[in-house]
Design a binder for this molecule. Structure first.
Ligand SMILES: Nc1nc2c(c(=O)[nH]1)N[C@H]1C(S)=C(S)[C@@H](COP(=O)(O)OP(=O)(O)OC[C@H]3O[C@@H](n4cnc5c(=O)[nH]c(N)nc54)[C@H](O)[C@@H]3O)O[C@H]1N2
Ligand SMILES: Nc1nc2c(c(=O)[nH]1)N[C@H]1C(S)=C(S)[C@@H](COP(=O)(O)OP(=O)(O)OC[C@H]3O[C@@H](n4cnc5c(=O)[nH]c(N)nc54)[C@H](O)[C@@H]3O)O[C@H]1N2
Ligand code: SF4
Ligand SMILES: [Mo]
Length: 819
């Protein structure tokens, strides 16, 4: 059972009582915590956790508690902006802005056709928005260039699920995390990136000693510090590790042969590819000691239940989809799926990235339909009452492929909704040059780094100012109700999309408006019909029911009115060729298979085991760039900080970027804590203070990607490589090569100067001055001697975070007692 009790976390700034509390959901990550928004004098003045919500029972993390402050930020966009002849963004009316967009769209349609228009959306808006983007994009504009920042985020979740089980939809849920004996956190720093889920895990662990936690990460993260076993692999070696573990599981005789025979195909091919991965070879490649590997394999062989989560350490690494498929293989070989406490839980990141995949606002088709299956396209054409020839069945194009298309002048109009690509895309300078070439529409709450390339800016309403639903990481659909009106001049994403559809005069086959709904709930009601009979069937959901139940996990139908805790309990997978969401891809090359190739596999409801071959990261340390660079998150900030940077508390907790390096690497270079160093990769450089410790392994540098302003030169994505996984097309943010350089000036020792005196002049300690100059005791300095001094030291520490703000009983008690 999750949480023994409620604890209502609250953060309210109000003189006296608030006027009302409005039902909502946290909009800052995919955990999906329930909350209520405090309103006073028609303004949002705070937030509190929803004690009845099964996901969080009232708890909120630091970002959740502080997200509302951005709503009241004085620099909100309050009117559309258009770039004038002088190149400045100046205020314009909605009519001017929308008419300009419509004329540019029509021009592109005339000149180059529908596939010269791209809609690049987000994982932070609502299902109703995504569904509308899907409908307008495909049945209105007729483009198949629909993508989103979900490509950077959870595309791999989708593709590994398509490969193994035939459709998207993560099998296990948080309830399984509560029940499992063993939890493997794979490239998932949940203590910092899913704080409330981590509290939930650690709360149970403190009470019962369970689950046993294996953390797989090249860094000693906060998550690792709460784990039982740390597999500290070398960057980019996920597939060798998993292949080695699975090989040992087989050698331990732990395969569930009946399960494999009855419910899977592909075992021979899969196991054939594992043979080379002996414990010795695996240890050699991953850098994990032999005994540690064997211990992990023993636990994975013996555990009666297992939940494996994956996140960006898996998805943004070389061979992302293959690693996640290898995790599916482990679950299938051990028969640990579809039963309480077991299953892969491939995570999401953004609060509604899963909803975009489900609703088809990205490369996917609505409700897990297969665009290569003519029958599925017919269904969509019928549901939307359009001619099937309207629905282009082109293969999905990821954002990195779209940038290439822009470079080749194939795309003219780019509509960017709810994302900040010039901070979040890899190798951002390349992205910048590409995006400068298109007519760029930006829809956001604020001006961001991306505004630089925007031709039109549309001010969008924020969380708390609109109604809609989101899908979290475990298939829960949550409701968010409007608490206050958006500021004057600001419109919701849905209203903007509906207005666009009207101005474009999109029509169905009978000449009626293509979009006939005008409110979120009506959009949801239409979407429900689209989902009918598909894996994500939501026909049993209404807004009121979502509020009454505090979220429901799909499928929710007449037969399953309370939703579905875990998928595949009947061990019938979505792999029949008529029903599958995809004919899948070749696991090694990424080539899309045809209907016949897929049908010939005869999976027909059985899960598919794939051979998982190792393909080392495209860029490796060497030559001028001898170190690994990895990038990621810290607990205090959300992505590019457009929201968290506007919270005084969160901004104070982590005011600037930094680079984490190992103490031995620091010693070798004579670098001291807080010293500003330069990090250079084949694509660019940044200058950030050094944070020294043992969190990263030797030879690895970690840089958070939150600090992307053009002025500060701290943006991780000035450095990152833009290679993508061949299956999911997700960029490899976690592995690039780099070097570190000291930034020094010289100090000429003058007569009478002592080390203490010199150190003080540069606000350094004597000890640091010695380290910088690699001087050992006994030391002496002489007049005329050259000393090195860092050009700057920024010792403003990032505030530490205590991951366990738990209120559990400290004495472990038997799990059965508390149920
Ligand atoms: N505080 C905070 N929370 C967030 C977000 C945020 O911006 N801030 N964003 C949300 C979103 S959209 C997402 S996608 C999630 C991401 O959540 P996470 O995936 O947990 O976060 P990251 O820091 O990107 O990466 C996770 C870990 O991958 C490890 N890693 C690097 N290379 C490898 C490798 O080769 N193998 C393995 N196994 N691990 C490796 C890194 O050391 C890092 O600790 O967080 C969500 N929650
Ligand atoms: N180096 C490196 N780069 C990364 C990653 C990494 O780990 N390392 N992680 C990647 C991942 S997983 C992700 S998810 C991306 C995130 O990358 P982005 O999505 O670019 O980052 P955000 O800061 O969340 O930007 C969202 C923008 O949309 C606006 N916004 C928020 N909600 C709404 C809404 O409802 N409507 C509208 N119209 N606007 C809204 C916000 O104000 C903000 O400007 O970054 C990716 N980039
Ligand atoms: S864990 Fe995620 S959903 Fe929950 S409060 Fe924190 S940011 Fe919000
Ligand atoms: Mo993400």
């Amino acid at each position: 059972m999750s949480w023994q009790n409620e604890r209502i976390d609250m953060n309210v700034y109000s003189q006296g009582e608030v006027d009302r509390w409005v039902y909502s959901t946290c909009n800052l990550c995919s955990i999906g915590c329930g909350c209520e928004i405090a309103v006073k004098d028609e303004k949002i003045v705070g937030i509190r956790g929803n004690g009845k919500h099964p996901i969080n029972r009232g708890r909120l993390g630091p970002k959740g508690e502080n997200q509302w402050q951005a709503n009241n930020s004085p620099d909100r966009l309050l009117s559309p902006l258009i770039r004038n002849e002088l190149g400045e963004l100046v205020p314009a009316s909605w009519d001017e802005a929308m008419n300009l967009i419509v004329s540019k769209m029509k021009e592109a349609l005339n000149d180059k056709g529908p596939n010269s228009i791209s809609v690049y959306s987000t994982g932070q808006a609502f299902l109703e928005d995504y569904y509308t983007i899907a409908k307008i994009g495909r049945a209105g504009l007729g483009t198949h260039l629909l993508d989103a920042n979900t490509r950077l985020c959870t595309a791999t979740t989708e593709f590994c699920l398509l490969q193994s089980f035939g459709a998207d939809g993560t099998p296990a849920s948080y309830d399984d995390v509560d029940e499992t004996e063993t939890l493997m956190l794979f490239g998932h720093n949940v203590a910092e990136t899913g704080t409330v889920l981590h509290e939930r895990i650690m709360d149970r662990k403190a009470r019962t000693g369970k689950p046993y936690i294996i953390a797989v990460d090249p860094r000693k993260t906060l998550t690792v510090r709460g784990a039982d076993l740390h597999l500290q692999l070398r960057p980019g070696t996920n597939v060798p590790l998993l292949n080695g573990l699975l090989n040992m599981i087989l050698q331990n005789g732990a395969a569930d042969e009946d399960f494999i025979r009855q419910h899977t195909i592909g075992f021979e091919e899969m196991s054939g590819a594992l043979e080379e991965w002996t414990a010795e070879r695996t240890s050699e490649v991953t850098g994990i000691p032999d005994e540690t590997l064997k211990e992990a394999a023993r636990i994975l062989s013996e555990t009666p239940s297992l939940v494996s989560t994956t996140l960006q350490g898996a998805f943004q690494s070389a061979d992302a989809t293959t690693a996640c498929v290898a995790i599916n293989n482990i679950h299938l070989v051990r028969g640990l799926i579809g039963k309480p406490g077991s299953g892969p839980l491939h995570m999401a990141g953004q609060p509604s990235s899963s909803a975009n995949r489900t609703a088809g606002g990205v490369g996917t088709y609505p409700a897990h339909r297969n665009p290569m299956n003519p029958q599925h396209l017919e269904e969509m054409a019928k549901l939307w009452n359009v001619d099937v020839s309207m629905l282009p069945a082109g293969p999905e194009k990821g954002i990195e492929e779209q940038l290439e298309m822009i470079e080749q002048d194939q795309i003219d109009v780019f509509w960017n909704i709810g994302t900040n690509p010039l901070v979040s895309l890899p190798n951002r300078k390349r992205a910048e040059s590409a995006l400068k070439k298109v007519f760029f529409i930006m829809q956001d709450h604020f001006l961001t780094e991306t505004s630089k390339v925007a031709d039109v800016v549309l001010p969008a309403a924020m969380w708390g100012e609109k109604t809609g639903t989101m899908e979290n990481a475990d298939r829960t659909i949550n409701l968010l109700r409007k608490a206050v009106e958006p500021p004057e001049g600001v419109r919701t994403d849905l209203d903007i999309l509906l207005d666009f559809a009207k101005r474009m005069d999109f029509r169905d086959k009978d000449g009626n408006p293509l979009i006939r709904y005008s409110a979120p709930e009506e959009a949801f009601e239409e979407w429900k019909e689209v989902s009918r009979g598909r894996p994500c069937d939501m026909t049993g959901i209404t807004y009121d029911k979502l509020e009454a139940h505090n979220g429901l996990r799909w499928p929710v139908t007449a037969e399953r009115p309370e939703g579905t805790v875990r998928l595949y309990e009947d061990l019938k997978f979505h792999t029949s060729a008529d029903y599958a969401q995809s004919y899948s891809k070749d696991q090694f090359t990424g080539r899309a298979l045809t209907h016949d190739e897929y049908a010939d596999k005869k999976a027909d409801g059985r899960a598919i085991l794939h051979a998982t071959r190792y393909n080392p990261p495209s860029e490796q340390p060497g030559g001028d760039f001898p170190m690994w660079l990895t990038t990621g998150r810290l607990v205090w900030h959300w992505h590019t900080r457009t929201k968290t940077g506007r919270s005084p508390y969160l901004q104070a907790a982590a005011p600037h970027g930094y680079a984490e390096l190992h103490e031995d690497d620091a010693r070798e270079h004579g670098i001291v804590e807080g010293e500003v160093i330069r990090i250079t990769s084949p694509r660019g450089w940044i200058e950030v203070p050094a944070k020294i410790g043992d969190a990263v392994q030797r030879g690895l540098i970690f840089v958070p990607f939150h600090f992307g302003s053009w002025e500060s030169n701290q943006a991780a994505n000035d450095l990152t490589a833009d290679f993508v996984d061949p299956l999911s097309k997700q960029p490899t943010f976690k592995q690039s090569a780099c070097r570190i350089e000291k930034l020094r000036r010289q100090h000429l020792v003058a007569s009478g100067e002592t080390l203490g005196y010199i150190a003080e002049q540069y606000s350094m300690s004597v000890d640091d001055l010695l380290k910088v100059n690699r001087m050992e005791t006994p030391y002496g300095i002489q007049i005329g001697q050259q000393l090195e001094v860092p050009i700057s030291v920024m010792n403003a520490p990032i505030q530490p975070y205590t991951p366990q703000r738990t209120d559990f009983k400290k004495t472990p008690i038997e799990e059965k007692d508390e149920q």
